[in-house]
Design a protein around this ligand. Structure first.
Ligand SMILES: [Zn+2]
Length: 188
C-alpha cells in the first residue's frame, strides 16, 4: 500500500505543468524506445516534482494488487561548491570528507555509494576548474552513462570500468546508465 505521506507528496506536487504525464509513464514502463525522447523525458523528470513522483510510483500503479512493491525512488546526492571546496550532502556519503578546516568538514573530494537500479554505484566528486568532475563505478562496467540536465546532456563510455564527466556545472541532473534507471545529482 502507498503510505499517506507519499500520497500527500503526490497531491501537493500538483499536475504536471508541461503535460508530460503520458511520456513519463511510457518512459517508466519501458514503452518509450526512442533515445532522444528518453533523454528529453529524463531532463523533464529532473526538474518536475510531479513527474518525479509519478515515475517513482509507477511500480505501485502497475502492481496495485500487491501490498508491497519494489521502490523505484530515485536516489539523490547533493554538492555545494564553495571556492576550491565541496560541501557534500550527507545522504549516501561513503566516507567523511578528509580535510578538516577549523572543525568544518571541507574538502575538494566527496565519495558516495548510491543505489542505482539493481545494484549500487560508487561516485567520486572532485572540485575541478570548471565545476565538478564525476567518476562513476557501476555494477555493469560496460554501461554508458548519460548526464541529463535542463540545457542538454552528455554521454560517456566507461574506460577501465570508470565513467568520467568533467567540469560539470551547477544545476540539477539525472544520471542514468543506458537511459533506464536513474538518480539525481544537484550541484549548487
Ligand atoms: Zn512534469
Amino acid at each position: 500500500m502507498m503510505d499517506r505521506d507519499r500520497i500527500k507528496e503526490i497531491v501537493e506536487a500538483g499536475p504536471c505543468p508541461a503535460g508530460m504525464d503520458e511520456k513519463v509513464l511510457a518512459f517508466a514502463s519501458g514503452e518509450m524506445k526512442n533515445r532522444d525522447e528518453r533523454i528529453a523525458t529524463l531532463a523533464h523528470i529532473a526538474l518536475c516534482d510531479h513527474c518525479r513522483y509519478l515515475y517513482e510510483d509507477y511500480p505501485a500503479i502497475e502492481e496495485a494488487v500487491n501490498d508491497t512493491y519494489p521502490s523505484a525512488e530515485a536516489a539523490e546526492i547533493g554538492l555545494t561548491i564553495d571556492g576550491d571546496f565541496l560541501f557534500p550532502a550527507a545522504a549516501f556519503l561513503s566516507e567523511r570528507p578528509v580535510a578538516g578546516v577549523l572543525g568544518k568538514e571541507k574538502s575538494g573530494v566527496a565519495a558516495f555509494t548510491v543505489p542505482l537500479g539493481k545494484g549500487t554505484s560508487s561516485i567520486t566528486a572532485i572540485r575541478s576548474r570548471g565545476g565538478v568532475d564525476l567518476e562513476i563505478r557501476h555494477g555493469d562496467p560496460a554501461a554508458r552513462f548519460y548526464l541529463v540536465g535542463a540545457t542538454g546532456y552528455a554521454m560517456e563510455h566507461p574506460s577501465d570500468g570508470v565513467v568520467r564527466f568533467h567540469n560539470v556545472r551547477p544545476g540539477r541532473y539525472a544520471l542514468s546508465p543506458e537511459l533506464r534507471e536513474f538518480m539525481f545529482i544537484t550541484i549548487e
